[in-house]
Structure formats: structure tokens, C-alpha cells
Design a protein around this ligand. Structure first.
Ligand code: ATP
Ligand code: MG
Length: 365
């Protein structure tokens, strides 16, 4: 039986009018990576801050390694590291000085501090910059130092709030590897991110939070499979020969889609893979649906326009992804290239969720 590192039950938190957390529950086994995913304002940082004893919850409870965050905050603090969303390092100190200061603040045995600081500078690729004031660092270097600073005391439980936001791909991958090494050595990591890809790379389990509520929960694989159990809907334009569209679609799926006026509907056991193939086939033949939807099968088929739920958002995301891809393909043709689309079918669900998060973030389709 794995021991539980973090247990959260019915956690709620309100800031004035804003219900930042509306009752969330999860458990994190020791030695695993847990992803907290969600758009801006979802409540990720609030959850992390409550677990790290920065905020008190209004209701519900949270425990870290068996210690209640409200009743035993000091016990919790001794066992956690926190790399917040905003860099907490002192810009006027050098990287090395910052790490040593963190060590002293965390009451690490003094003789351990200098070698630990050196080790961290090495593993975060900051050796050359180690003796420069942090104000001269690039954003990515600061971010790396910030994560390094949370590791001086080798905490058994580590909170990383959007650790890779603003990092380039190389630094991001380097940080992922560092996180994997820590977990291999027994650390439990709680990571917030806006990128499902990141959670997919790292997290054993994840929850997607939106408006302070958990809207999806499971392993990345489970989440993707859930997103795959979908219905495809294609709406044809007025001047499209719908019968021809039906036969083209039927040739891809092996059976005729259900027709409702200009709307074609069919189940898609493999999620967006089939949709991608279908759109390619239609596009090759010059048939362009006016709307594309990929959604959970539902008795209530009313298509509400506001982006309210994950599946409605995914509908838009699927359509938008396709349109983006298509316009990129058209641009390539204009430059004399060939008509191929870059959508990698297996990766599409991830792209959709990222797209969903982006829609939520920007409020734009
Ligand atoms: N100290 C605070 N005072 C007032 N409102 C707050 C405070 N902290 C958070 N909020 C509000 O609570 C909600 C959740 O914020 P939170 O920072 O937890 O979101 P998040 O998921 O971390 O978002 P982001 O991706 O932008 O970091 C937001 O509406 C935010 O404005
Ligand atoms: Mg945040």
C-alpha cells in the first residue's frame, strides 16, 4: 500500500466575490507526480497556497504527510518546498547567494549548504551565471533558479506552481528531467500547469480544475481515452451536395453517417483520429463543412454557444484546430508547397485540450 503524501477533502476558498475553490477532493500517493491543470483563474495557485500553508481554507481539510495544514502548519512547512508562480529570489544577490540564503532560511545543516548550492547550480545549468546578480539573469534563468531554490532542503513534498511557464523547450525538458530524478529519489511533486502536454509527460495522476471545481480527473491516459469516446458532427454548407459528403464520409468510416438536414452525425470510437481522416478526405474533394464538432455523446443535444463545459469547448477547439491547420496548409500551397496537414492524429486530443485552455484563457475562439 503506498502511503498518502497529500489528502485534500472538500476544500473551499473564497476571496470576496470570487469563489476560488468550490470544494475539491484528491489524494496523492507518496513518490508520484500529481498534475493540477486548468486555465487562468481556475484555482490552481490557491490550492497550492493552501497546501503550502500560505492561505487558510474556508472549509474542508488538507493534510501533507499526515499533518493538517491548519492545525500543524509548522510540521507541514518543514516537509515541503514551494516554487511559486512568481520568482521569489532576491535580484540583488547572486544565484549562489540566493541558494545559500534559502538553505539558511530552511535551517539546513550549515556545512551541507555550499555543496548543495553547487550541486543545484550544476543541475539547473547555472554554473556560469552562479556568481552574477540575479537581476542580470534572463527570465528562464530566474525561473530555473527559483525552482532550484525550492530544492535546497531536499523536501519530501515539493510544490511547483507553473514551473515551466516562460521557459524555452530545452530548459523545459531539462526541468522535466530534474523533476523525474527527484521523484525517482522519492520526492512527491505537485505541479500546476496550463499544458496538458506537460502533465502528460510527467504526471501519474492529474485533475483539471475550472472555476474552482474539478472537471476531469484520472491518469493522462484515462483522460485522453475519455476525450476519445466522442460523437462527430459535421454541418454542410448550403451549396454542398450532402449526398456526396455522406458517401465520402461513409468511405472513411465504413458506415453511413446519420443525417439530419445538413448535419451529419456519427460515433467516433477513436476520438479525433477519425475526424482528422474525414476532414482530410472531404478537403481533398473540395468539400468544406461549415461547422465541425467533436463531442461527448449526450441525450441533450442542444448546442449551447457559450463555452461552458469541457465537451462544448472541445467542439470549438476541434473546429478551430482544423481551421488553423487548414489555413497553415493553404499558406504552404501559396508558397508552392503541397497540400498536407500537420495534425498528428494521435496527438490531437492533447492539442484540443490545450486549445480549450487557450480559449478559456483568451475568451476568444
Ligand atoms: N489573494 C487574492 N485576493 C483576491 N482574489 C484572489 C486572490 N488569490 C486568488 N484570487 C482569485 O481567485 C481565483 C483563482 O485564482 P488562482 O490564482 O488560484 O488561479 P490559477 O488557477 O492559479 O490561475 P493562473 O493560471 O492565472 O495562475 C481568481 O479569480 C483570482 O483572481
Ligand atoms: Mg496560478
Amino acid at each position: 500500500m503506498p502511503t498518502t503524501a497529500v489528502r485534500v477533502s472538500g476544500l473551499t476558498k473564497r476571496f470576496g466575490e470570487v469563489q476560488a475553490l468550490a470544494g475539491i477532493d484528491f489524494e496523492i500517493p507518496e513518490g508520484t507526480i500529481f498534475g493540477l491543470l486548468g486555465p487562468n483563474g481556475a484555482g490552481k495557485t490557491t490550492a497550492v497556497r493552501i497546501l503550502a500553508t500560505v492561505h487558510k481554507p474556508d472549509a474542508g481539510s488538507a493534510e501533507v504527510l499526515g499533518y493538517d495544514v491548519v492545525k500543524d502548519p509548522n510540521e507541514v512547512r518543514m516537509r515541503i518546498g514551494l516554487a511559486g508562480q512568481y520568482a521569489a529570489v532576491d535580484p540583488n544577490l547572486t544565484g549562489r547567494e540566493n541558494l545559500r540564503l534559502m538553505g539558511r532560511l530552511a535551517q539546513v545543516e550549515p556545512s551541507y549548504i555550499p555543496p548543495r548550492a553547487d550541486e543545484l547550480l550544476r543541475s539547473f545549468d547555472l554554473v556560469d551565471a552562479g556568481d552574477r546578480p540575479v537581476r542580470t539573469y534572463s527570465g528562464g534563468m530566474r525561473r530555473r533558479l527559483d525552482v532550484a531554490a525550492s530544492l535546497v532542503q531536499k523536501p519530501p513534498v515539493l510544490f511547483l506552481d507553473e514551473p515551466t511557464t516562460g521557459l524555452d523547450l530545452q530548459s523545459r525538458q531539462a526541468l522535466w528531467n530534474t523533476i523525474r530524478t527527484l521523484v525517482h529519489e522519492g520526492t512527491t511533486v505537485i505541479l500546476t500547469t496550463q499544458y496538458l502536454e506537460e502533465a502528460d509527460q510527467l504526471a501519474d495522476d492529474l485533475v483539471v480544475i475550472d472555476h474552482g471545481k474539478i472537471i476531469a480527473q484520472g491518469t493522462a491516459g484515462e483522460l485522453k481515452r475519455n476525450l476519445g469516446g466522442t460523437v462527430i458532427e459535421l454541418t454542410m454548407g448550403e451549396d454542398t451536395d450532402v449526398d456526396r459528403a455522406i458517401s465520402l464520409v461513409g468511405a472513411v468510416t465504413g458506415s453511413e453517417p446519420e443525417r439530419q438536414g445538413a448535419l451529419l452525425r456519427m460515433p467516433s470510437p477513436d476520438g479525433s483520429h477519425l475526424l482528422t481522416q474525414m476532414l482530410r478526405r472531404l478537403d481533398d474533394e473540395g468539400v468544406q463543412p461549415t461547422a465541425v464538432a467533436l463531442r461527448e455523446p449526450s441525450l441533450d443535444e442542444a448546442l449551447t454557444t457559450p463555452v461552458k463545459s469541457l465537451d462544448t469547448a472541445l467542439t470549438y477547439a476541434a473546429a478551430q484546430n482544423y481551421l488553423d491547420e487548414r489555413s497553415r496548409a493553404m499558406k504552404r500551397i501559396e508558397r508552392g508547397g503541397t497540400m498536407t496537414m500537420d495534425v498528428e492524429p494521435k496527438k490531437l486530443p492533447i492539442a484540443l485540450v490545450n486549445r480549450y485552455l487557450e480559449i478559456k484563457r483568451t475568451g476568444r475562439l
